[in-house]
Design a protein around this ligand. Sequence first.
Ligand code: DOR
Ligand code: ZN
Length: 335
Amino acid sequence: MKTHKLLMPLDMHLHLRDAVMLETVAPLTAYSFSGAIIMPNLVPPVDTLDAVISYKQRIMAAVPNDYFEPYMTLFYKNYDRAFLESVVDKITAIKLYPAGITTNSEGGVSSFDVEEMRETLEAMSDLEIPLCVHGETDGFVMDREAEFMSVYELLATTFPKLKIIMEHITTKAAVEMLDKFENLYATITVHHLILTLDDVVGGMMKPHLFCKPIAKRPEDLDALLNVALQAHPKVMFGSDSAPHPQHAKESCGCAAGVFTAPIALQILCEIFDHYGKLENLQAFVSDNAQSIYGICPEFKEVTLEKRPFVVPEHYGTVVPMYAGETIGWAIESVD
Ligand code: DOR
Ligand code: ZN
C-alpha cells in the first residue's frame, strides 16, 4: 500500500467558530494538523486582547487530548501602536476584511485610505505582525478578486516591510502578484485546487461548494494548481474550512463556506499524487508557512495511505465536502 508522511502540517486559514460548533470542528483539525491560523470573524469579532486570550482558551478546551497550536488573529481595525505593542505576543497575524464582503465582516474596512491606515500598518510592519487580507471588492462576483489587485499593490508598495498574505486566492491575477511584490504571499485552499464555477452552479447547484471567493475559471484553476504543485515558496496551504450548519447551507440564502477540515490532508495527497508531485506537499502544507511566519510547531507526523475512504455524511450539524463519497487517500496514523 502506498503511503506518504507529512511532518507538522499547518492550516494557515481556518474558521473554528465558537460554542457547540467549535467543539464539533476543532478536534477534527487538531487531530491531523500541528496548528492553524484562527480566523477572528466571530460575532462580535475578536478585536481586543481579552477576546484573543479567552477565544484561545476556549479553543484549547475544545481539543483537550491533542497537541494543537491555535495561532490567534485579531480582526483588523485602525488600532493604535500602543495597543498593538500590548497584543503582539498573543497574536500571529491580523485579518483584514473589506466591510460586508463575507460572513461576519460588517465591522471591516470600508475604504482603503492609506493615510487612515498608516499608523496601524506601520506599527504592524515594525512589530512584524503579518496582515492577512480577504481580497475582494464589491464588484461583479467573478471580478472581485482581480479588481482587488490594485489594493494589494497600494498596500505592498506603501508598506514595503509589511508581510501581506493574500488569503484564499482564486485567480491567475493573484498568482501573478506573487512574483511582482516581494512582501506579498498567499494561501490557497484545497477546494480551489479542484473546483471551477461550473462545479458550483454549472449543473445542479451545490450549496456545500459555495464559498467566498467563489471558484473561478479553468485558467485560474490551472494557475493555482501550478503554483501549489511546485510549492512556490510564497504560497501556503490555508483550508478556509468554514463550517455552517446544514440548514444554513441548504437554504434559500446559502451561507458561504466549504467545510474541508476533516478531509483536507487526504485530498491534498490525492491531488499531489495525481500530478506526480507528492514530494512537494510537505513544503506546501508546512515548510513554506514556517518560513513565512517564522513559526516552529511541535513535532507531529501524519501518515497517509492510498486507499479508499468514505467521507462521513455529517460531522455534527455540518456537511463536509465530498460527504458520502469515496476519496482516494486516508489518514493511517498520527504520531
Ligand atoms: O466562504 C467563506 N466563508 N468565505 C469567507 O471569507 C468567510 C467564511 C466564513 O466565515 O463562513
Ligand atoms: Zn476565511
